[in-house]
Design a protein around this ligand. Structure first.
Ligand code: ACO
Length: 305
């Protein structure tokens, strides 16, 4: 599927060995990717398109130029909407929809690749992504306090959720900027790497994710997020049903094939690695084939030779 063109958002699809990785890029580098109303509407649409895009197996969110995102655009998101209540609410809805609702429920794995400045409102999309990798030289900051507001939208909730109480309070109240290494230390990101290695490390993680069963991954990330807010009994109930749903919706099906490859074929060890998904797909295709389609397939192979 060809990538749709937007004004403030760029979609780039990986080719060759990087096929399956889609880069979703905030594209206002001259404004350090500050989020304008137009960017919110375009991002919201882009995520709808990509969530159903068969070419997209892993989504990487990043920014063009030297910023991930400098947060909400003070001129266009705040000041320009001050006297326009209708536009203000419309923009707030789009802003929340893509930065949180659509990203957090995105059906494929998501990685935030923090290439540079990441301030204020940008923490929401950072926390919504399943994984985050930063450049050692990235600069993070809950800068709201520096211009007299609180980390609004749901940023205070995001940082209270992801960080320790001490770190959330410290960085929100002081507004102190911090680098990628500190972001790793306080577990805001999974890891931080030297700037020249950022893209390669992100691709490495994306490729690892693409070896896993898409269904198992999707259900797992949904389960981990959901159980965090449940009591143990509720979680037990939920996970029983979730597991059944995962099994029933799995096109591979990974569970049966995994057991077959481990117990019968002895071709892999689930504790140490991933079942062979290609082999599983081939088996499924051959068991689904009728005698007639099998004969046709054999004839087609002979003809090719
Ligand atoms: N809103 C509006 N415009 C912005 C924003 C923003 N959040 N951030 C940067 N810009 C604009 C600047 O006004 C400037 O525009 P101009 O070229 O028309 O003058 C352009 O982007 C480049 O910015 P500079 O400040 O010149 O770039 P520099 O690289 O020196 O600094 C930095 C970058 C540190 C990100 C600085 O721009 C900054 O502090 N921005 C504000 C960050 C912030 O506090 N964000 C939180 C907003 S609140 C919220 O999100 C809820």
């Amino acid at each position: 599927m060809a990538a749709k063109k937007f004004k403030t958002v760029l979609i780039e699809k990986g080719k060759g060995a990087e096929k399956g990785i889609t880069w979703l890029i905030l594209n206002r580098p001259e404004k350090r990717n500050a989020m304008s109303p137009e960017l919110h509407f375009e991002m919201s649409e882009a995520l709808d398109i990509l969530s159903e895009d068969p070419d997209t197996q892993v989504l990487v969110l990043t920014g063009a130029g030297k910023a991930f995102s400098a947060g909400q655009d003070l001129a266009l998101y705040f000041r320009a909407n001050e006297k326009d209540a209708i536009n203000r609410v419309r923009t707030q809805k789009a802003s929340h929809a893509w930065r949180w609702e659509k990203l957090v429920s995105f059906p494929k794995p998501t990685i935030a690749m923090v290439n540079g400045f990441c301030f204020g409102g940008a923490f929401t999309q950072l926390c919504a992504c399943d994984f985050a990798i930063a450049s050692n030289t990235a600069t993070f900051g809950l800068s709201e306090v520096n211009w007299g507001i609180i980390p609004g939208g749901i940023v205070s909730w995001n940082v209270a959720d992801v960080l320790s109480y001490r770190d959330a309070l410290y960085y929100a109240v002081t507004g102190d900027p911090f680098d990628g290494k500190t972001a790793e230390k306080i577990r805001l990101v999974n890891y931080s790497v030297p700037a020249p290695k950022l893209k390669a490390e992100t691709i490495k993680l994306a490729k690892k994710l693409m070896t896993k069963s898409p269904n198992a991954m999707r259900y797992t990330k949904e389960a981990i997020r959901a159980v965090r807010r449940m009591g143990v009994n509720e979680a037990d109930d939920y996970l029983t049903v979730k597991n059944q749903a995962c099994k029933m919706t799995d096109k591979i099906p990974g569970r049966d094939e995994g057991m077959r490859q481990f117990l019968d074929e002895k071709s892999y060890r689930p504790g140490l690695g991933q079942l062979d998904l290609k082999k599983a797909a081939r088996r499924k295709a051959s068991s689904a084939a009728t005698p007639t389609t099998r004969v046709r397939a054999k004839k087609a192979v002979k003809k090719k030779k």
